[in-house]
Design a protein around this ligand. Structure first.
Ligand code: NDP
Length: 405
């Protein structure tokens, strides 16, 4: 019997479980497993109400390889979708190897006590997955994920050579709260407070966190002109390595002045630190405490209005004319429409739908290729078709914009 296991029942796990249930023919029996059973059961109830599909639930500790592998051996799914946290990537890859299950995640591994991420740890699994005849897809969310596929599509269909890529991620939505993060606060704040970094002509260049900013006109009435900040983002590492001829790649994200002010205060008073402190006889990590007092991203769904706009601004040599040109490949997603469909805002939706679509490529066999892969290494066409079919339609437009530092 065909089975699929989804690990993690947070904001993104909720979307993934809904979307897999919408395509139960492909995914077979769906298991949503996580640390807290109540969250899995609540999602299962919503899914049954909206799709009529009954999914199964269970508790697992994904940090425990033996326990997870034993569970997988019993269930025997074809694919495991890791929608827990980046801290679980390696243990879940180990469990998949032990149980003979294909693997997919949406964020690269990060050690819990060291706020930095890189692909090295997961790329080191290449031989083991290849020898086991298993496929591991790394970073099948929106960014990383769809952004990587947009680049592969541009290189396959639009440009003979890609010179520069600027990935631009805008949340033009508003939840009306003074301060909240759109996905797991701990992961989100670790990412934003790290130094910015981009790649140019074979070298990494570093700038202080949130120090490079510019105004960008999205040329869309629902988004307008917004401040975008240069950040380091994990797909830069794999795209710099895998896009032939690339000269420069950078990542930008929009933040409001209000968001930046809150973040600066939290940082200045030590609340974003991952160094444990002693407080009334126990050890606490300030950032983890902060996560506990901030709004749960899953609770933002009914509050958020507006759109997200995420895309790749790519300059290169056009296949057809041989001329240098810029194209913007992007998706626009509406928070309220997402909530109406799967009870989630667009940030979790844009991350969760591509995880389901990546898994579809494994279930269909289109992307079954033993080894460990970033998404730009695989043929983009069926994934791009699925984006249109499963809720994240994309557009390509001529662009006359370039971004200078
Ligand atoms: P949440 O914190 O909302 O959910 C994480 C879930 O994982 C929770 O249900 C949590 O359980 C569960 N979990 C944590 N540790 C374990 C464990 N040891 N064993 C079993 N389950 C565990 O996070 P999000 O849903 O916001 O994010 C999920 C992932 O998606 C993250 O890795 C994030 O980085 C990634 N992401 C990727 C994006 C992209 O575009 N590529 C964009 C946004 C997010 P419990 O409920 O008990 O805490």
């Amino acid at each position: 019997m065909l089975r699929t296991v989804i690990v993690g029942a947070g904001g993104v796990g909720n979307v993934v479980a809904h979307k897999c249930a919408q395509d139960a023919e492909t995914f077979g029996e769906i298991w949503l497993v996580s640390r807290t059973l109540g969250k899995c059961e609540a999602i299962a109830k919503d899914i049954e109400a909206s799709t009529g599909v009954k999914i199964k639930t269970a508790v697992i500790d994904a940090d425990n390889v033996a326990e997870t592998a034993a569970f997988l051996k019993e269930i025997q799914p074809k694919v495991l979708l890791n929608i827990a946290l980046p801290y679980q990537d390696l243990t879940l890859m180990d469990a998949c190897l032990e149980a003979g299950v294909h693997y997919l995640d949406t964020a690269n591994y990060e050690p819990l006590d060291d706020p930095h991420f890189e692909y090295r740890w997961q790329w080191e699994y290449q031989d083991r997955f290849e020898k086991a005849g298993l496929t591991a897809l790394l970073g099948s969310g929106f960014d990383p994920g769809v952004t990587n596929v947009f680049c592969a599509y541009a290189l396959k269909h639009i440009f003979s050579e890609v010179e520069t890529v600027d990935i631009i991620d805008a949340n033009a939505g508003d939840h009306g709260l003074p301060f909240a993060t759109n996905f797991n606060p701990e992961i989100n704040i670790r990412e934003i407070t790290a130094n910015g970094r981009y790649w140019e002509k074979g070298e990494w260049k570093e700038v202080p966190a949130l120090s490079v900013k510019q105004e960008f006109d999205f040329q869309h009435p629902d988004v307008g002109t917004r401040s975008i900040y240069l950040l380091y983002h994990e797909e830069l590492e794999s795209l710099a390595k895998n896009l032939p001829g690339l000269q420069r790649i950078r990542f930008w994200m929009t933040f409001s002045e209000n968001y930046i002010n809150h973040l600066r205060v939290l940082e200045n008073i030590g609340m974003t630190s991952v160094e444990p402190i002693h407080y009334e006889g126990q050890e606490i990590v300030p950032l983890q405490f902060l996560k506990a007092v901030l709004p749960d991203p899953a609770s933002l769904g009914p509050l958020t209005k507006g759109k997200t706009f995420i895309g790749c601004l790519i300059t290169g040599t056009l296949k057809e004319s041989g001329e240098k040109a810029t194209r913007f490949i992007y998706n626009l997603c509406d928070h309220e429409e997402c909530y109406a469909e799967v009870k989630s805002q667009a940030i979790s939706y844009t991350a969760g739908v591509p995880a389901m679509i990546g898994a579809r490529q494994l279930m269909s066999g289109a992307w079954l290729r033993p080894g460990v892969w970033n998404l730009e290494q695989l043929d983009p066409d069926s994934f791009m078709d699925d984006l249109n079919a499963w809720g994240l339609p994309w557009h390509v437009r001529e662009a006359n914009q370039s971004l200078e530092l």
